[in-house]
Design a protein around this ligand. Structure first.
Ligand SMILES: C[S@@+](CC[C@H](N)C(=O)[O-])C[C@H]1O[C@@H](n2cnc3c(N)ncnc32)[C@H](O)[C@@H]1O
Length: 435
């Protein structure tokens, strides 16, 4: 495959092919890389390739004639197949692995590099087949972009990489990010290689890798994850949503009827009933949040009493209320709860607010419980659902909320559900099984 880079700075291109996979491919003749300098096609004494922009404005623009002549010099006008002419431009379509694969099927790519404020627009109309951007930032010239394209495309050209399959398993080749890789030593200080990779069970290794690939994509690239079409086998690899969902009853910051930010008192009914609903629907934790130490101690005391109640039975009772109250954890703030959940699951939770008022949390995406379930089922991230007390969560003091569940609507205009009832209804809509 042939690459020709049209650039006024060929010295930026050449050294990049002195080593590495692409350098070896060039040495072996699997690919060729040449440069053409528009300065060699100037006709004036100063060999100028730029001029001031019509209409004024900062900087200079690359003149059309030297660029057009340089591009035309790459191949005769009637060459078949005609080289595919690409302009590197921050205004182009984003470069992706999919595009690299498409370009790898061409025989000859001409990569045109702008400098200064860019190139005269008429060059694009007359001599460019497509414009490609390597990312949403502005470089000072197209050369780095051309090198990126050459590198990504070359390794897909048959014979450039050792094994035909090695490009196939990588990040982006199937719209997902690659699983983590490890090599010797198996133990590096405190850090061990995941044991499954040392066991030689190929099916278990493949499942582990697929699971990590799904998790990584969900965590790092929600945009890619949104387009992911899971198979039935994929669904089995991700922990059930309820087992990653936490619910928190927030006693501060909440508002009173006048809108003032206050701290409410815990109630025994909330401690018991939401814990019972949480276990019924299989949640990972029920968090009671208050900055008041004695209130936290009260909740811990009550949960402890019920745990003892289980133990004093002979044989010790399981399946009793003590199991539900064992889900209780207390925290002095929402941030402390988020940190505890992050610690437990190894990744930060998606924080979901609830409110009886549709206008609360204006910056958060509004979702029905059904839509949240659909979105979150395959993402491995934990979820933290915040329930307010008093007159509801003080939204301006709770940053980091990315979703808000649509208010529950009954069939009358009176809408004052207790937080216990609201929690049960939401949990049923999220996790209930229709008989
Ligand atoms: C300083 S930039 C010109 C930016 C131009 N004034 C604009 O705002 O779109 C000079 C040249 O760098 C190259 N370039 C800059 N950013 C790029 C990117 N993200 N992807 C590809 N090429 C880029 C292009 O060839 C461009 O013509």
């Amino acid at each position: 495959m042939k690459f020709t880079v049209v650039t006024i700075l060929p010295e930026l291109i050449e050294p990049s092919f002195a080593a590495g996979v692409v350098g070896r491919a060039r040495e072996a003749g699997t690919i060729t890389v040449a440069t053409v300098n528009p300065r060699d096609f100037t006709t004036d004494r100063h060999r100028s390739v730029d001029d001031t922009p019509f209409g004024g404005g900062p900087g200079m623009v690359m003149k059309p004639e030297p660029l057009l002549a340089a591009i035309a010099s790459v191949a005769p006008a009637d060459a078949t197949p005609r080289p595919h002419r690409i302009l590197l431009s921050p205004a182009g379509t984003p470069f992706t692995q999919h595009k690299a694969r498409e370009l790898a099927t061409r025989e000859h790519l001409v990569l045109v590099c702008g400098r200064y404020e860019g190139i005269d627009e008429r060059v694009i109309e007359l001599a460019i087949d497509e414009e490609i951007s390597i990312g949403d930032y502005v470089l000072s010239g197209g050369e780095l972009g051309a090198l990126v394209v050459i590198d990504a495309v070359s390794r897909l050209v048959p014979g450039v990489l050792g094994e035909a399959t090695s490009a196939d398993e990588e990040s982006h080749s199937h719209g997902m990010l690659e699983y983590p890789q490890y090599t010797r030593p198996a133990k590096l200080g405190e850090l061990d290689v995941p044991p499954v990779l040392l066991g030689g069970n190929h099916a278990a290794i493949a499942a582990w890798r697929r699971q990590r690939s799904i998790e990584r994509t969900a965590q790092h690239r929600p945009d890619l994850f949104a387009r992911f079409a899971p198979t039935a086998a994929d669904r089995k690899l991700v922990a059930p949503l309820a087992a990653r969902t936490h619910i928190a009853l927030v006693h501060h910051p909440v508002t009173d009827r006048t809108g003032k930010v206050v701290t409410t008192s815990m109630t025994n009914l909330d401690i018991h009933d939401i814990a019972r609903s949480s276990l019924t629907y299989g949640l990972a934790g029920y968090h009671l949040i208050t900055p008041v130490t004695v209130q936290r101690e009260k909740a811990e005391y009550i949960a402890g009493l019920w745990a003892q109640e289980n133990q004093v039975r002979t044989p010790p009772k399981s399946g009793g209320r003590g199991d539900a109250l064992a889900l209780i954890q207390t925290a002095d703030s929402i941030d402390t709860t988020i940190a505890a959940i992050t610690d437990r699951h190894g990744v930060a939770p998606l924080v979901v607010a609830t409110s009886a008022r549709a206008e609360s949390f204006p910056a958060a995406t509004r979702q029905t419980p059904e839509a949240l379930r659909a979105e979150a089922t395959l993402s491995p991230n934990p979820i933290l659902i915040l329930l307010g007390t008093g007159w509801g969560l003080a939204d301006s003091l709770i940053p980091g909320v990315s979703r808000m569940l649509a208010p529950i609507e009954g069939s009358s205009d009176w809408n004052h559900l207790s937080v216990r009832s609201a929690a049960a209804i939401l949990l049923d809509r999220l996790f209930g099984r229709t008989p």
